[in-house]
Design a protein. Structure first.
Ligand SMILES: [Zn+2]
Length: 128
């Protein structure tokens, strides 16, 4: 089962991620994490700083056993990749580089890292 932990009025509450119903509350977030782990509940992806990762709308994101990024209900998150710098989930975006060339890159909303851009300079003009 997928769960998430949210702080509500100073308590760390474990929620069922699909129904959004609270399961149990704790005084400390580490106890809530331990409870989830002890019950084999699946927690959201955690960034390198330990924060639970959400998309821009605040939906928690999970990783399945094939390392695909999903929402709690199992819907695949398209065009998302783990940021190699901070562990947050970065989304594909079109940006304009220094040479005013538009490129599709992954932009991390957490640390601002821009990575895995396509096309690379060499690839421009090449047919698929
Ligand atoms: Zn990042």
């Amino acid at each position: 089962m997928r769960v998430y932990i949210k702080e509500v009025e100073g308590k760390a509450v474990v929620y069922n991620a699909v129904s959004n119903e609270p399961i149990k509350e704790f005084d400390d977030i580490s106890d809530a994490v331990k409870y989830a782990v002890d019950h084999n509940y699946e927690l959201p992806i955690r960034a390198f700083d330990g924060e639970f990762v959400t998309d821009k709308e605040g939906n928690f994101l999970y990783m399945d056993d094939k390392k695909l990024i999903e929402y709690a209900d199992g819907t695949l998150v398209q065009g998302a990749k783990i940021c190699p710098k901070c562990g947050w989930v970065a989304f594909g975006e079109e940006i304009v580089d220094e040479d005013k060339e538009p490129r599709e890159c992954y932009v991390c909303p957490h640390c601002g890292n821009v990575f895995d851009c396509t096309p690379d300079i060499e690839e421009i003009g090449e047919a698929d």
